[in-house]
Design a binder for this molecule. Structure first.
Ligand code: NAD
Length: 269
């Protein structure tokens, strides 16, 4: 039986990639897509939006109707919209895949509450490569002592609104976990002016924005005399949409809970 997948925020950069992935995928059917009320894309035919000719599926604004028509919904939108969608997923018992970044701790608690009632996969990065990198970073950080300064550099396209990227923060959390500290206690998210010498044990972040860069992340471990750098570069948004659709297939019929991509990929020890 085919799994019915709906896409909220379907006219966005990721929304369009996700719809193409579902339309071209085996064993999955596109149940529809929604956009913001009053947005330019609402009412348009999905096939025409994707440059594939009329499909007979119209972009709606009624998220509840889309959830009812779907087994799983994929959400790459914005934090406030994602929380509203999480409440609907919990109420209607539908799987939800969340790629939205910039979700703060209070919002994450709401997401967790919704996940008590349904399966939610939440990942700041759905690429297989980055999820492998998260594992490697935790391992390297657990081996090297704090004389190795950890710095995380990321670059994204000029449309991105949140900084540092959700993936950079996730890499920071992985490094902190490897050192058995909390990222909140050691993170330095920006530096400007006379900030004084670097403190041992800090995990620093640097954010670059420009052009059409899909997503570059480097984690550096810099000591006196040597430096280790682990880098991932996403060259196409398709790596995220492929991972999210894989997560949707995995999440349908799963016990309620808040899962991440390492659960989907079986990377958890
Ligand atoms: P975008 O601005 O192109 O798309 C977001 C879309 O969501 C827009 O079309 C917007 O109209 C729509 N939207 C907003 N509120 C809505 C609502 N209430 N109902 C329906 N639609 C709504 O942005 P993007 O580049 O596609 O990125 C979207 C999000 O996904 C960002 O948070 C980004 O950081 C994140 N992202 C995550 C990954 C990952 O792997 N987790 C990868 C890429 C991007």
């Amino acid at each position: 039986m085919s799994i019915r997948i709906g896409i909220v925020g379907c006219a966005g950069r990721m929304g369009q990639m996700l719809m193409k992935e579902v339309l071209d995928g085996q064993g999955v059917t596109l149940s529809g897509g929604t956009e913001r009320d009053g947005g330019a894309a609402a009412g348009q035919d999905i096939g025409e939006l994707l440059g594939r000719g009329k499909l007979g599926l119209t972009i709606g604004t009624d998220a509840r109707a889309l959830f009812l028509a779907s087994d799983a919904v994929i959400d790459f939108t914005a934090p406030a919209a994602t929380l509203a969608h999480a409440k609907l997923a919990a109420e209607l018992g539908k799987a939800l895949i969340v790629g939205t970044t910039g979700i703060d701790a209070a919002h994450e608690a709401e997401l967790r509450a919704a996940a008590a009632k349904t399966s939610i996969v939440y990942a700041p990065n759905f690429s297989v490569g980055v999820n492998l990198l998260l594992n490697l970073v935790e391992k390297v950080a657990s081996i090297l002592d704090p004389s190795y300064d950890i710095e995380i550099v990321e670059m994204h396209h000029h449309h991105k609104v949140d900084a540092p990227s959700g993936t950079a923060l996730g890499l920071g959390r992985a490094a902190a976990a490897g050192r058995q500290v909390s990222l909140d206690d050691v993170a330095v998210r920006q530096r400007d002016g006379i900030v004084g010498p670097r403190k041992t044990g800090e995990i620093g972040f640097a954010t670059l924005r420009g052009g059409d860069v899909v997503g570059d992340h480097t984690v550096m471990f810099a000591a006196e005399g040597e430096r280790i750098e682990l880098t991932h570069k996403a060259q196409s948004r398709a790596v995220f949409s492929k991972g999210a659709v894989r997560a949707a297939r995995w999440a349908v019929g799963r016990q309620p809970g808040l899962y991440d991509m390492s659960d989907v990929l079986g990377l958890k020890a």
